[in-house]
Design a protein. Sequence first.
Length: 238
Amino acid sequence: MAVDMKLVRKGRGEPRAALAEQARVLAGLAKQHVTELDRAGWKPAKQAALDAGISAIESTAAAKADAAEGARGSTGAEHEAIAAAKRYIRRLRNAVPSALADAPVADVTVKSFNAGGRLGRVTKDISGYLGNVRPFVVKLDAALKPYFEDKTASAELDQVKGALDAADTKQEVDLANLPEATLQVYEAKGRVLRLIEELNRLAKNALDGQAELVGKFNKDILLRGRGPAKPKVPNPPG
């Protein structure tokens, strides 16, 4: 069976251990609320698929394939570029209302920067958003100067978008050279992540009005696992 490259791209770079832990926690929660979730569309087949996915990404073969790819250092660059781009977008969106209040610009509004809604972690979507808002950023460069002291907002946009696009190109080249076993691991991780996201969405319907319970269906463990790696501490001299 052919590997689903959309799932491969979704799963590649996700921290396998954190993803498995997050999936286990959510699978356990789902089993505590079977009736409500079933009514909302989370059927036994989906639960079974999540359980199977957890087993797949926790297997010895998955650990070996993931470790081999990680050793080549080719999974982190795109994650870092995505994180930098999303930090920039948050800063931009937070600064725009103040910049426009101080110096209104014709044909530029706060809505101009919210057209993309809540961006996920798909590289092409983030890059596309940055390309779409660039003309507005250029018009606001002077007004945004107090909020982007090191360089203009448009120059920083070009920098993060360039890094993102370069990382995306490298990823596509790397994917073409990956062994089948590694692609299958990434596909499994992508499938588990997709099921996690679906479960979290459906839990909002199943448990509507129970904010505390709904809040437990999250990706906090995975988000912590995606955090930047701690710098290596050099060995003491001597």
